[in-house]
Ligand binder design. Structure first.
Ligand code: NAD
Length: 498
């Protein structure tokens, strides 16, 4: 039999090899119902694989395997657990190329600008959290001289992790790696649009970890995600996805009174002051808006507030930069921008473009050229669009589009622009671009967002707490303190020595 750890660089061959399975109790497992669903390449609309259509029975099997494994895992010294999690990261590093190609195939994200970057960060997340094993520690409390009073951090048990499709491997790693290092077992549920890359990560991890510790089920939200949330043996849910689904998950978890972490949507503002380094800010808008990911990012800089004195220059430079980007085959190294994930999302994005075009006073700037290759004829490609002349109160500026659409809004008064930036139900990320320290600090203090940056637009970084306020979510991820707060219970122990 073929060694699971031999990379398969042809993504269709790899998709074929793992298609039609969950990963339960240390091995690929067919769905209990025998039902599969198609996995499509959004670039060609061809069926490139099949995924197991998970249901309550599959979830129950996965949770049972996780519960069984967790008891033994919790007894392993924390540092040793961490070593094994870090070893998963090192193994994944040897699979960056195959994972990058597989995720490019199933999500349509360009290999050079997005997919390979994601595959590298996945490995890094496992290595980072694995290194934190010895940090799973509590405190001593000076409660009384003749009492030894300490807190200890204990694992929760079985953690359910539900992921979206835009970063299917990385967002999973951000949940699974800290949960396991902290002594939990995990049942992860991949998004229906991108099940195969997550499955392959679980399979590679399964070569290092004890059977049952990391299980992955695939399937649809109501049939496969919700049974995971409701399962009586699942003690914690960590969810990344839309606000609407997040609310359903929160309500169902509330019935069981279990803790929940929610990483939800965003409509992130970028504020460009009159004194900003415009070249740098324009580069920041290109990366911040995640044009290379077709804008399919929760932190996308989809509201760019530009001071009126530099607005027109900023627009011209931004258009030129985006125009120079190549839209094309996600698996082609020359491509900067791939395609939209699915037909419903493609229709949604185009509806917003149509809305922008008919908005009174708005100007539309469509950038870059759509691909013309015959094999991509049916692909879900959309030109990046920049709208000017729209109000912050408009639907384009208030609703999360999750596509390559951003709005440039002119401003004059600093208090007013901060108020506009905060005038949103979301509060995930924000950036400020200025050379003036006082303006920068004033803005960082007043902006209602969980992740605020000045003169840069970095994506999630290991060890920097990441998560939103308002309807962008609850709780943080990616850091040591998020691991302690969200994947352990704090127990207080008092020993009376009198
Ligand atoms: P979604 O909410 O439709 O789906 C997310 C996951 O939830 C999928 O696995 C889906 O199958 C599952 N699900 C759907 N209905 C469910 C139900 N009733 N019960 C349990 N699970 C259910 O989101 P999506 O379209 O996959 O992803 C896009 C959204 O994710 C955007 O709103 C985006 O902002 C958000 N997102 C947030 C972050 C962040 O870190 N804050 C990161 C990436 C994406």
């Amino acid at each position: 039999m073929r060694n699971v750890l031999t990379p398969i660089l042809d993504p269709k061959a790899l998709a074929d090899e793992i298609s039609g399975h969950h990963f339960i109790d240390g091995r690929l497992a067919p769905p209990a119902s025998g039902q599969l669903f198609d996995v499509l390449s959004p670039a060609t609309r061809e069926v490139v694989g099949h995924a197991a259509k998970g249901n309550e029975t599959d979830v129950d099997l996965a949770v049972g395997a996780a519960a069984k494994a967790q008891g033994e895992w919790a007894k392993v010294p924390a540092r040793q657990r961490g070593r094994m999690v870090a070893e998963v990261g090192r193994r994944l590093a040897q699979h960056v190329e195959e994972l990058a190609r597989l995720v490019a195939l199933e999500t349509g994200k360009a290999i050079r600008t997005e997919s390979r970057v994601e595959a590298r960060v996945v490995s890094d997340m496992f290595e980072f959290f694995g290194g934190l094993g010895s940090e799973i520690k509590g405190e001593s409390v000076p409660f009384s001289p003749d009492m030894l009073t300490v807190t200890v951090r204990e694992p929760i048990g079985v953690v359910g992790a539900i992921m979206p499709w835009n970063l299917p491997m990385m967002l999973m790693a951000m949940k699974v790696a800290p949960a396991m290092t902290a002594g939990n077992a995990v049942v992860a549920k991949a998004a229906e649009e991108s099940p195969l890359s997550a499955l392959r990560v679980a399979q590679i991890a399964g070569e290092v970890l004890p059977a049952g510790l990391f299980n992955l089920v695939t399937g649809f939200g109501p049939e496969c995600g919700m049974p995971l949330v409701k399962h009586p043996r699942v003690g914690k849910i960590t969810f990344t996805g839309s606000v609407e689904t997040g609310k359903l998950v929160y309500a169902a978890a509330g019935e069981k009174l279990i803790p929940v972490t929610l990483e939800l949507g965003g409509k992130s503002p970028m504020i460009v002051m009159a004194d900003a380094d415009i070249e740098r800010a324009v580069d920041g808008a290109v990366t911040g808006m995640r044009f290379t990911r077709q804008g399919q990012s929760c932190t996308a800089a989809s509201r760019i507030f530009v001071h009126e004195s530099v607005h027109d220059a900023f627009l011209e430079k931004l258009k030129a930069k985006v125009d120079a980007m190549k839209i094309g085959d996600p698996l082609d190294e020359a491509t900067d921008i791939g395609c939209i994930i699915s037909e419903p999302q493609y229709r949604r994005v185009n509806d917003y473009i149509a809305l922008g075009k008919r908005t009174e006073g708005a100007a539309t700037h469509a950038c870059s050229a759509l691909p013309t290759e015959p094999k991509l004829r049916k692909g879900l490609f959309v030109q990046p669009h920049i709208f000017t002349g729209v109000k912050n109160s408009s639907r384009l500026c208030q609703e999360e589009i999750f596509g390559p659409i951003t709005c440039l809004i002119k401003w004059r008064d600093q208090d007013d622009v901060i108020a506009q930036a905060n005038d949103s139900k979301y509060g995930l990320a924000a950036t400020v671009w200025t050379r003036d320290l006082k303006s920068a600090l004033n803005a960082t203090r007043r902006l209602e967002a969980g992740f605020v940056q000045v003169n840069q637009n970095l994506v999630v970084q290991p060890n920097l707490s990441y998560g939103g306020v308002k309807q962008s979510g609850l709780g943080k991820e990616a850091s040591l303190e998020s691991m302690l707060e969200h994947f352990t219970h704090k127990k207080t122990v008092i020993v009376n020595m009198a």
